[in-house]
Design a protein around this ligand. Structure first.
Ligand code: ZN
Length: 176
């Protein structure tokens, strides 16, 4: 059973640091961190989690989109470790969508993101992957990559009026 890790919250300086590249993907400590990140994201109903959010300042995050109580409309995908990622191409089209963050509990914000991205990353076996993501999964990827650069979603919200409490966000979902 993978260990559940404590999530750093807004105000913790680890969330504002530039994370360092992972040098040896297949190292046992990196593999254990990946397992713990997946278990922690799943347990917290997250659709992604970045290593700096558990106070490990490495360029590694988990994409784990699946429908849950925090994101009822999320597409289902297998939890995937994304290591030393790069966005190679951004679509010109930018759309705003609601985001939350395990490090910013209780708040949702409307965040502009590229609708589609082409990316490169290493998987947990050390293989280079090239992929394209669109819509919600592209949004998660951009949100998690920001964590590796010391950025949180609140930094990208264009107006305070684009912020909601979790309670009001859940009410909004009921009415869509
Ligand atoms: Zn986050």
């Amino acid at each position: 059973m993978a260990e559940l890790l404590e999530i750093a919250k807004l105000g913790n300086s680890i969330l504002r640091q530039i994370a360092q590249p992972v040098s040896n993907v297949t190292d046992a400590t990196v593999q254990a961190l990946i397992n713990s990140l997946i278990a922690t994201a799943t347990s917290a109903n997250g659709v992604g989690i970045a290593a700096p959010q558990v106070s490990q300042s490495y360029r590694l995050f988990i994409l784990a989109s699946r429908p849950n109580s925090r994101y009822p409309n999320a597409p289902l995908m297998e939890a995937t470790a994304i290591i030393n990622p790069k966005i190679v191409v951004h679509s010109d089209e930018v759309i705003k969508g609601w985001e939350g963050c395990l490090s910013v509990p209780g708040i949702r914000g409307l965040v502009p993101r590229s609708r589609a991205i082409a990316v490169e990353y290493y998987d947990r076996y050390g293989n280079l992957q090239r992929q394209e993501f669109t819509d919600f999964v592209a949004r998660i990827f951009q949100h998690e990559l920001d964590h590796l650069n010391g950025i949180v979603f609140l930094d990208r919200v264009e107006s305070d009026r684009d912020l909601l409490t979790e309670e009001e966000y859940q009410r909004l979902l009921q009415n869509i």
